[in-house]
Design a protein around this ligand. Structure first.
Ligand code: COA
Length: 262
């Protein structure tokens, strides 16, 4: 499945879907067309058993995504702005709760909604030229696609407040220091690093990965006891799977397991 003409390119290879935001002349800024196209792809990836891990990145050398398309925004009546914010918030929540891991490969500017998209991903890897920030307050608006909620959960409330109040951008090293990203690397190695991580995830049991993601996401939003119950239920789902027995048998037979997601 490759569509090079679209504002979103999707390329599936060896169970890894690389989703590329493809408006490089506009720093991959998000317009309505990109929103609805990305929504469609995320929905189809959810039900595609051939995809086990998703990598999201930006086309070109400069940007992951420069946030909302401000050239489109300036022409929108207020009702359309509300529609955009509602849709992007739901879309990023769909990415966060996707039943497979999502890695953001941040290849340059990730500002406003660009950073918010990465916050909805499970893992963030940034190249050395990355520049991230929730810059919305500088435009007299606030992060509206989950940024006020997800940034404090990732970097802590003090740092999140500093970054959102000032709208300051952070470079790759600072992003790593404050644990905004998991890993940084040279620009030309970014996709290799992301794919390497994705390949390792593909070696694990798909049902286990889905349940582990669900348990962490749902459990972190509740108290410890409820989280433990969520973990217990998630574990129970893995017990009757063929993959669980395959894992044990492969270990005993000293071979690599072949997991079917069943
Ligand atoms: N919406 C629409 N177009 C955008 C854009 C956005 N968010 N960000 C960049 N672009 C366009 C620029 O208008 C420019 O187009 P042009 O050549 O037709 O003028 C092109 O992308 C290149 O951007 P430019 O500003 O010339 O590059 P730069 O390297 O000097 O700066 C940025 C890059 C990303 C720092 C700067 O473009 C920027 O600050 N963008 C806005 C980011 C933002 O505030 N996002 C939050 C939105 S809520």
């Amino acid at each position: 499945m490759t569509d090079t003409e679209s504002v979103i390119k999707v390329d599936v290879q060896d169970q890894i879907a690389v989703v590329t935001l493809n408006r490089p002349d506009a720093m991959n800024a998000i317009n309505f067309e990109m929103l609805s196209t990305l929504k469609g792809h995320i929905e189809s990836i959810r039900f595609n058993p051939d995809v086990r891990v998703v990598i999201i990145t930006g086309a070109g050398q400069k940007a992951f995504c420069a946030g909302a398309d401000l050239k489109e925004r300036v022409k929108l009546p207020e009702a359309k702005v509300r529609e955009f914010i509602y849709t992007i918030r739901r879309l990023f929540s769909d990415i966060e709760s996707l039943n497979k891991p999502v890695i953001a490969a941040i290849n340059g500017f990730a500002l406003g909604g660009g950073t918010e998209m990465t916050l909805a991903c499970d893992i963030r890897i940034a190249s050395m030229n990355a520049s991230m920030g929730l810059t919305e307050t500088r435009l007299a608006i606030i992060p509206g696609a989950g940024g006020t909620q997800r940034l404090p959960r990732i970097v802590g409330r003090g740092k999140a407040k500093e970054l959102i109040f000032t709208g300051r951008r952070v470079d790759a090293r600072e992003a790593l220091d404050i644990r905004l990203v998991n890993k940084i690397c040279e620009e030309d190695l970014l996709m290799d690093e992301a794919v390497k991580m994705a390949q390792m995830i593909c070696e694990a049991g798909p049902v286990a990965i889905e349940q582990a993601k669900y348990a962490m996401n749902a459990g972190l939003e509740t108290d410890l006891n409820t989280g433990m119950a969520i973990e217990s239920n998630a574990y129970w789902i893995t017990i009757p799977t063929q993959d669980r027995l395959e894992g044990i048998n492969a270990f005993l037979e000293k071979r690599k397991p072949v997991y079917q997601g069943k």
